[in-house]
Write a protein that binds this ligand. Sequence first.
Ligand code: GTP
Ligand code: MG
Length: 193
Amino acid sequence: MLNLQKTKLLISAGKPEQFPKINVPHIVFSGRSNVGKSSLINTLLNRKALARVSSAPGKTVTVNFYLIDNALIFADLPGYGYAKRSYDRKEDFSALTDAYLSKCDKIALVLQLVDLKVGLTEYDKMMLKWLTDTKTPFCVVGTKADKLNKTELNRAVQSLVADSSVGAAPVIPFSSLNGSGKDDVWRQIYNII
Ligand SMILES: Nc1nc2c(ncn2[C@@H]2O[C@H](COP(=O)(O)OP(=O)(O)OP(=O)(O)O)[C@@H](O)[C@H]2O)c(=O)[nH]1
Ligand SMILES: [Mg+2]
């Protein structure tokens, strides 16, 4: 078991040269802006504010690397699809994400976050296709489950499970508000490391 008390922000990398070189597996948090990536990280690590949760969407503009017990890295990717951002900066962020995903050979698992109320966006589908094509192990984490009633939740999860871009990947409903799904996400991480 990992000692979650021993967790620290390694670096907020704004350029590929800053990506950490230490030799431990990476768990990657990917998804559109505001989907709940930083909140998921805080919940998994039992922290209130280790990863900055944005009041305004699109705040995480770096790849933030957290080192857990000197044995595992959580990589919090910049959120994508935030329309109000200027074109040039948007290009920058995806270049940083591209550089990380294509160059890092320590990626053990990608958690692709999808807002259960919103469903899959075109960019989500692009990411899922890339993950499938590159045979990168991934899970889909459906976020903000607390916002849906039981019927809506079942329907939202089923529609993700049935989507061809998700394929056979696990779909885990999650809420950072009440912690539901937390153990299931950890199980997927422990399965792979
Ligand atoms: N109701 C509810 N709100 C959530 C949940 N997770 C996150 N939020 C809210 O959604 C907003 C965005 O959460 P973040 O965790 O900052 O999202 P992010 O994906 O890291 O966003 P960027 O860093 O901008 O890409 C915040 O206002 C959170 O409080 C959840 O499970 N339930
Ligand atoms: Mg964030």
